[in-house]
Ligand binder design. Structure first.
Ligand code: ADP
Ligand code: MG
Length: 384
């Protein structure tokens, strides 16, 4: 759905003109998985897929929320009544943003919101962050709050962690808020310092495919929380604030210290090696050598599959088939247990590669995957 149609939807729903139109993208993560709650490094880039919000402010304490992607009338809430974990529906995400802004002392006195998205939901492409960030940006503008992208990302993370009750890291919201077209975002999740890294695939004759397995993940489910708790335990046992503090060169010593803690040791090994991979990828990209990141992506997949254990048969099948069909590298992206994989390939190999992946899913009796090209795109912005 185009921005104009979403705008018309607002007028039909609320019988009034909106004050503006905003968009925030979904993202894929190039490297740095399950590092963002360990104070580590991540490197997402924004997708061309966006959530669009058409919004008008209100001064009567009423918050009305509607999504073109969810059937039904607008949901009406009162900003004074917003309370953490009170809303298990989709409206918890935007309501959580209003709650987080108000909690932080920003005077947000209501809004009429109409949304529509082209970001696939539950595919590991961060439709939840796109939804939060677009609402936060709209309210930031309408209420002249003057918050920067990284500050909005923090508030959106708080909305998702505390209001929705999903214990996710800071990557998704920062990616949606801060990414730039033609770049990947190298983010240090400890201090939120950022570097925009040129990532122009087309200029190098390369493509990056996203393969959505259509296996639905459940982030707020127990597995994610269990990995997170295991990482915290590892940091505590090793006497550091976060696993980020274990340098790659200190891995062997750390693993020796964790003798008898097999599960924790595996988690630690993934996080430490993954931070190392993120640093290697950023060095290669800054030297203009995109092709050489391929094997590092593949290494990252093996680590997520064997050490962190968050892959699934469908994701492994994408990676194995892509590599057998000439891809330069491939890995699952996002939290895992389903969702999407990314594949780096020569442009000329893409048609055969796509066919091979689709065929492998048919042969294995899996549903049809959704394959599309990911072009590094712009972060959240006002459209009108
Ligand atoms: P992901 O962020 O990987 O897509 P999540 O489980 O974190 O998966 O978030 C998906 C949830 O976000 C959906 O189940 C829904 O509640 C909400 N959501 C995302 N986009 C929209 C939308 N356009 N309209 C309504 N709800 C949405
Ligand atoms: Mg999400």
């Amino acid at each position: 759905m185009g921005a104009l149609e979403v705008r018309e939807g607002f007028t039909e729903l609320y019988g009034a003109e909106p004050e503006g139109v905003w968009a925030a993208p979904g993202r894929v993560n190039l490297i740095g998985e399950h590092t963002d709650y360990n104070d580590g490094f991540v490197m997402p880039f924004a997708l061309p897929h966006v959530t669009t919000a058409v919004v008008a402010s209100r001064d009567d304490g009423v918050l009305r929320l509607h999504s073109a992607d969810v059937p039904g009338a607008p949901v009406e809430l009162r900003v004074d009544d917003l309370a953490p974990e009170s809303d298990r529906n989709w409206t918890g995400y935007p309501a959580g943003v209003v709650w987080a802004l108000r909690e932080a002392g920003h005077e947000v006195t209501g809004a009429d919101v109409h949304l529509a998205s082209t970001v696939p939901t539950g595919a590991g492409l961060s439709s939840s962050a796109a939804l939060e960030v677009v609402v936060a940006l709209a309210l930031n503008d309408l209420y002249a709050l003057g918050l920067k992208g990284w500050q909005l990302a923090r508030l959106c993370q708080r909305a998702e962690n505390v209001y929705v009750g999903a214990p996710t890291g800071i990557m998704d919201q920062t990616a949606s808020a801060c990414c730039e077209s033609g770049h990947a975002l190298f983010l240090d999740t400890r201090d939120l310092s950022q570097r925009q890294i040129p990532f122009d695939l087309a200029a190098e004759g390369l493509r990056l495919l996203v393969v959505d397995t259509r296996v639905q993940h459940a982030h707020s489910g127990g597995e994610y929380g269990r990995r997170r708790a295991g990482c915290e335990k590892g940091a505590a046992l090793l006497g550091v604030d976060a696993l980020r503090d274990i340098p790659y060169g200190g891995l062997d010593a750390a693993l020796a210290d964790l003798a008898g803690e097999e599960e924790v040791a595996r988690l630690v090994r993934h996080v430490v090696t993954e931070n190392g991979r993120a640093e290697r990828v950023v060095t290669l990209l800054e030297s203009g050598d995109i092709r050489s990141i391929g094997p590092i992506l593949t290494e990252g997949h093996a680590s997520l599959r064997d050490d962190f254990r968050v892959s699934c048969p469908e994701l492994d099948l994408v990676v194995d088939t892509a590599l057998a069909s000439g891809a330069l590298g491939a890995r699952m992206t996002g939290g895992g247990f389903g969702g999407s994989a990314i594949v780096l390939a020569e442009s000329s190999d893409v048609p055969a590669l796509t066919k091979a992946i689709e065929q492998s899913f048919r042969d294995a009796g899996h549903g049809t995957p959704r394959v599309f090209e990911a072009v590094p795109s712009a972060g959240a912005r006002r459209l009108a």
